[in-house]
Design a protein around this ligand. Structure first.
Ligand SMILES: Nc1nc2c(ncn2[C@@H]2O[C@H](COP(=O)(O)OP(=O)(O)OP(=O)(O)O)[C@@H](O)[C@H]2O)c(=O)[nH]1
Ligand SMILES: [Mg+2]
Length: 585
């Protein structure tokens, strides 16, 4: 992909998010600053497109923009410079509302690439331009090859200060970004307007050679005005004060008069135009505004980080409860006892067949076969205290999270964000818990493999200790425990009854006191650790945490920027790319 295209799309995305956010903003101060950033983004977008235009046209055409406040005489001056009357002049403020290009010494056909530059703006005949539609521009052939102008396209542009100007401002910005040089037209009434100097400051980064035309002057008053102009320029810009052309007020209905002594001026200034540094200027323009533009995005990332911290805290607390109320709870921890029942299968207790035959009269040896047939793991999972507890912990965690969100909404400046996260959480709560419950069952079933392998390890150890093994086989306690295990497998009792069954407890303590005692403890603690890790990973991280972390992505696009850190990182990478800048990758 082309890096400039990536950057262009990023700037457009940011602009769209600002435009959407603007409509939702209540505060006037925020609205003003958002509007300003939208203008800057439009300018940056147009300037990047200008770079493409330069690269695509060989040699590039010269574009000159005539800009200034309303009624300063822009269209009149355009006519003077074109030695023509093709630009519309009127005493009505805000008369020109579209960028209008006039080809001087070049043909319209030379302007092929312009439609790409203007993007969604449509090229129309000057006569078709309508006040009702602002996203258009026109190109007109000047029939005279004017001596005052270098060959190229002269752009008459709309004003940026009249009441309606906000509606056609994008056209002004696009025309300015297109220009290689700028003619600023101001009249003695308008030169001090803030809007003039805001624009001049905003376009400094474009490095366009500039001429100031001071129109409607009364002869003799220029020196005072020029001195004041200089001061204004110095406040707005850091580059050199440009050439000023005084234009004296003519009789009503007449055009300004271009001074004899300045016939060559525009040609000379055009010679200063250098496009070689465009790429560098683009980058400098973006860098200048980057931090400001992304301020709401950074703020959102900060909120997302806080949210991550809340979720992580909640997960830690949940894991603590799980450890305390299950893994380390003497009456509730049933997993190792389950391993003991598996061990009993492996031991094939002699005499059990007789007991079984006596009690049930239906079962015959080998017990292991019977137990396999009777395995009802579903039933074991259903009666598991662990699953019930895990579901409780998850439910409790979400309640606590909602509480914390409520606190945030009350204390925080960004309460809107937290309120919406809370409402997304409320909507998804049921589904999150359901998924969690399913994941808990799946975990329980698949963890039986680990339980079995713990039993096998113990059995292998016992086989190395035939004395212990035979001793165990011979005790009544083992036979009783095996009966209980069998009853569990057949669905006769629940898993939790197993944990407190005296026979199981006796068997466990027999083992603990035997020669394999310390080995048994090792197996048990490894099983627990493994269990803790598995529950944490599969349930609390993969099922719960990951889904919770994604909740902010569901916030409304109209109030949130939702530009991910990855997207931002990629854009910043383009911005700081030194060798190529915004050229082809
Ligand atoms: N008498 C006289 N009128 C002038 C002179 N320069 C401009 N005007 C008048 O000032 C009015 C505005 O001129 P335009 O050239 O339309 O001004 P503009 O800057 O294009 O204005 P907008 O398109 O509204 O932004 C018109 O009525 C012009 O005739 C001048 O030197 N003498
Ligand atoms: Mg005009």
């Amino acid at each position: 992909m082309l890096s400039w295209l990536f950057m262009l799309e990023f700037i457009q995305l940011l602009k769209q998010r600002y435009q959407a956010a603007l409509t939702q903003q209540g505060s006037d101060a925020v609205k003003t600053s958002y509007q300003q950033r939208i203008d800057q983004l439009i300018l940056a977008e147009a300037f990047i497109r200008k770079g493409r235009l330069i690269a695509a046209s060989e040699p590039p055409l010269l574009h000159i923009a005539v800009v200034g406040p309303t009624q300063a005489g822009k269209s009149s001056l355009a006519n003077v410079l074109l030695s023509s009357n093709i630009a519309g002049v009127s005493p009505l403020a805000g008369y020109t509302v579209h960028p209008q290009g006039f080809c001087n010494g070049v043909s319209i056909a030379d302007c092929n690439g312009l439609q790409r530059y203007f993007g969604r703006f449509q090229q129309l005949q000057a006569a078709q331009l309508s006040k009702d539609r602002h996203d258009c521009y026109s190109l007109t052939q000047n029939t005279i090859d004017s001596a005052l102008l270098p060959h190229g396209v002269l752009w008459d542009t709309p004003d940026f200060d009249s009441i309606d100007s906000a509606t056609y401002r994008e056209g002004v910005i696009r025309a300015i970004a297109l220009a290689d040089m700028v003619i600023l037209v101001i009249s003695k009434e308008k030169y001090a307007d803030q809007s003039v100097w805001d624009i001049m400051a905003a376009v400094e980064e474009l490095h366009q050679p500039t001429v100031i035309c001071l129109n409607k002057l009364i002869e003799g008053s220029e020196s005072v005005i020029i001195r004041s102009l200089k001061e204004k320029w110095r406040q707005a810009r850091t580059d050199e004060f440009p050439e000023v052309v005084p234009l004296y007020y003519q009789k009503p209905g007449e055009l300004p008069l271009w001074p004899e002594s300045r016939q060559q001026l525009l040609e000379q200034i055009a010679n200063k135009v250098s496009l070689a540094n465009h790429v560098r200027f683009e980058q400098a323009l973006l860098k200048k505004h980057w931090q400001t533009w992304l301020e709401p995005v950074f703020a959102e990332h900060q909120l997302v980080n806080e949210w991550h911290a809340l979720v992580d805290l909640m997960i830690r607390q949940a894991m603590d409860s799980y450890r305390r109320d299950y893994l380390n709870h003497p009456h509730h921890y049933e997993t190792f006892q389950l391993a003991m029942t598996e061990l009993l299968h492996l031991m094939e207790i002699p005499g059990l067949a007789r007991i079984l035959a006596e009690t049930r009269k239906i079962l015959t040896w080998p017990v292991r076969q019977v137990m396999k047939l009777g395995r009802r793991r579903r039933h074991i999972a259903d009666s598991s205290y662990e699953i019930t507890l895990l579901n409780q912990i998850a439910g409790h965690a979400l309640i606590q999270l909602a509480d914390k969100l409520l606190d945030k909404t009350e204390q925080n400046q960004q309460s809107q964000w937290w309120r919406q996260v809370n409402s997304v959480l409320r909507n998804q709560r049921q589904e999150l818990l359901q998924d969690f419950g399913q994941a808990a069952k799946d975990y329980h079933l698949s963890f039986q493999q680990d339980v079995e392998s713990a039993a096998h390890r113990l059995y292998d150890k016992l086989q190395q200790q035939p004395m212990v093994l035979n001793g165990l086989r011979a005790t009544r306690a083992t036979a009783d425990a095996a009966m209980i295990a069998l009853t569990l497998q057949m669905g006769g009792i629940g898993l939790h009854d197993l944990v407190i069954a005296p026979a199981m407890l006796t068997l466990t303590s027999l083992l603990a006191e035997s020669a394999v005692g310390s080995y048994m403890h090792k197996v048990e603690s490894e099983l627990k650790q493994n269990q803790f890790n598995t529950v944490k990973r599969t349930l609390f991280i993969e099922s719960l945490r990951n889904k919770l972390l994604q909740l902010p992505e569901q916030l409304s696009m109209s109030t949130h920027f939702n530009i991910s850190p990855d997207q931002l990182y990629a854009a910043e990478h383009q911005l700081t790319e030194k060798r190529h800048g915004l050229r082809l990758l």
